[in-house]
Design a protein around this ligand. Structure first.
Ligand SMILES: [Zn+2]
Length: 320
């Protein structure tokens, strides 16, 4: 039902799925940079379309696919479902009269403050993202991590220091903003992050007490900036910063040293190991294809009795 050509294609519909080279027809599961391209016609949810236009320009053509509203493309019926990863993130269910395929894109099953919770339709074939496909990537309960984040930020502010949180400009930053704001802690965001938050607001997502950091630190505010890996992350005029990374990788205790931050907390927008196994079970597919993850996860699924295969960038063109 699909083939690989340096990316996934739904063969019968000629639809590229999260392929980052320009295509005639491309489905974009969400607006993170490693999932989008300026396709001749891009299929995506309305929120992903808004975020994509913000990132790549207003003139690009999109065909909007609201959640749970099927559309036809060639012989396929295509339906998006929430993926719980960031605003607009979608799974794609493709059906013909013989079989069905569910492509997860980046996803997370648990709740989120700023994106719709994931839904998992059943399918014959499951193509799943498996980033955290190792048993050591089991996240602690979300509420526990949120409690640690809020306590830590309050403690830093009480010490008259400035909490500076490093988070992706799309998704994680808005999630953390909303969580802090709900706890009564106002947030100033890096200008690039704030521009994305404006798109969230236009899409009807209220992030609470948030403003743009314009070089002047406001008292009692937490600051959210870009991940340290991005060169524009530094903000001038911040007194006594204490840095915090929020990332699923923080379940590994070496993360704070690798990311050169004072603290790292495991708030994830990807399914953890347990959620990946839960996904395999709930979708009930006859075949599972794993992307973006360790080979070890495929072996783990096979040991559990699943018919599982890796789909990796090392393939040339190949039919599945
Ligand atoms: Zn993503």
């Amino acid at each position: 039902m699909f083939h690989w050509d340096r990316g996934i294609f739904l063969t019968a519909a000629g639809l590229a799925v999260d392929v980052t080279r320009r295509q005639k027809l491309g489905f974009m599961s969400h607006a993170h940079a490693d999932h989008i391209a300026t396709h001749e016609l891009a299929y995506c949810t309305p929120a992903t379309a808004a975020l994509f236009r913000h990132r790549r320009g207003a003139h690009h053509r999109t065909r909007e696919m609201p959640y749970r509203k099927p559309c036809e493309l060639g012989p396929l019926r295509l339906t998006t479902y929430p993926a719980g990863h960031c605003l607009g993130s979608a799974m794609l269910l493709a059906e013909d009269d013989r079989q069905s395929l569910l492509y997860t894109g980046d996803f997370k099953l648990g709740p989120s403050a700023t994106s719709e919770q994931a839904e998992l339709p059943q399918a014959d074939i499951l193509v799943m993202e498996s980033t955290f496909g190792r048993p050591k990537f089991r996240m602690p309960p979300r509420e526990e991590t949120i409690g640690q984040l809020i306590d830590l930020v309050r403690r830093i502010l009480a010490d008259e220091q400035t909490p500076v949180i490093h988070a992706y400009a799309l998704g994680k930053a808005q999630e953390v903003t909303r969580l802090l704001s709900d706890a009564g802690i106002p947030v100033q965001q890096h200008p690039m992050t704030f521009a994305v938050s404006e798109v969230y607001r236009e899409c009807g997502v209220d992030l609470g007490q948030v403003s743009k950091y314009d070089g002047h630190l406001l008292p009692g505010h937490a600051v959210i900036t870009l991940p340290r890996g991005m060169k524009q992350f530094r903000l001038s005029g911040i007194d006594r910063p204490v840095s915090i990374a929020v990332t699923g990788w923080a379940v590994d205790s070496s993360t704070k040293y690798r990311q050169k931050v004072d603290h790292a907390l495991p708030l994830s927008d990807h399914a953890d190991f347990n959620e990946l196994l839960e996904t395999a079970e709930r979708v009930g597919a006859k075949q599972i294809y794993c992307t973006h993850g360790p080979r070890e996860f495929v072996e783990h699924l096979r040991a559990e009795g699943y018919n599982a295969f890796p789909v990796t960038g090392s393939y040339q063109t190949r039919m599945f």
